[in-house]
Design a protein around this ligand. Sequence first.
Ligand SMILES: Cc1ncc(COP(=O)(O)O)c(C=O)c1O
Length: 491
Amino acid sequence: MTYPHAEAARPYLFNDRTLEDYRAAMAAGTGRVADRIRRADRPFSGVSPERLAPEIAAIDLERPLHDHAAALDELERVYLRDAVYFHHPRYLAHLNCPVVIPALLGEAVLSAVNSSLDTWDQSAGGTLIERRLIEWTAGRIGFGPAADGVFTSGGSQSNLHALLLAREEARAGASLARLRVITSEAGHFSVRKAANLLGLGPDAVVTVETDADRRMRPAALARELDRCRRAGLVVMAVVATAGTTDFGSIDPLPEIASLCETAGVWLHVDAAYGCGLLVSRRRRHLLDGVERADSVTVDFHKSFFQPVSSSAVLVRDGATLRHAAHHADYLNPRRMAERGIPNQVDKSLQTTRRFDALKLWLTLRVMGPDAVGELFDEVVDRAAASYALVAADPRFEVVTRSPLSTLVFRYVPPEGPGRKLADDANLYAREALAASGEAVVAGTTVDGRHYLKFTLLNPETTLDDIAHVLDLLAGHAQRYVDDLVPLADPR
Ligand SMILES: Cc1ncc(COP(=O)(O)O)c(C=O)c1O
């Protein structure tokens, strides 16, 4: 038997004989990225899917290039040139942060060593490092010694995992159809998805109203808890949000925790966005009450300046993690746990799992938590200053002042027929701005009207950047009103 292709492929295997190629390939890759970053004068090229799709479709995946440099040249054309760059100060759209270099170093190390965090025999020290970070995060939350948790792929998985545990805790005697999850109207959609995946009924997620600052109203929650009880429904969890996606609002955690304790209901706090406050010396108090939760979602890839993915779910009582455990003879038989061999797979929804924790580990070891917290504080301060700027600008109206770093606002055309077109003008402005690549902003609806949204996560974004983007948006929106530029279905 001969293996002519394998023969040629052997030099690509990463091992002690290919280290020079490894170093050269990594240096070439980081060199390309560095070049791109150096030259990026805007966050986005404005490319359309129509323009890019044929380039990608035309690549013949059956014909390899046999050369890293050639593959990087091609990548330049199909990806790097037109990627959306979150490090750019005028990227203001979603919850994507710029990343710190120690985390990038971690990413390079973890993918090369390629530990899998399911079992000790696939990770060794990686398992212990992840456990230390879970312990550290639980400590920051204010959980006691019984706490535990696990890294996940993101906030959606963390929310799903927490709700799975809540469902199992609540289930005794209750049919799935009678289970309910209460969250606020500003809660994240992954709660609905999770309920669906957990086999709950279509009416399982009940939303309660928020106040003017988009925080869950405790009185509305109390009413809903009471209504469910009287209707013979079982509330398996209340999901409070510490940093709603659109408004950055933080639900009143102490009041909600008290209601949950009285009703004997599992409290999950979705702090996917707000978790950065855990390391903020100035604003940690905004999370007071989170220590009374049964479970907490934290997304380090939102407010800890970590690359995707880096998230965790934490529980106050580690014993509840048993609900997701399964012992497979080939992987994690019970006797291993009995012998005290640490296996993270016993706690995780995933089996093979990246050592994402290493990125946070190196970040903390190089920079320390105070540095991360102050970077986030700077962002929150900048968002407050941006709020003041927009609130004082007659061209715009703004919804609420976020305790975190979002800004939801809309262009309001001057009196006249333009007012009626405000929705379309705002939609158009966002689209035109993205097409220019000058800045990237998000959009959302509030009470049925279209709004624009900034999500600030970059300490490098200045107030001048914000003022400049506001001018650009106002210019595009007003041009739409004046000329009635046809909308290319931006919805
Ligand atoms: C409040 C909140 N929860 C959960 C999520 C989902 O997180 P991920 O995108 O990491 O799955 C998001 C995402 O934006 C969020 O804002």
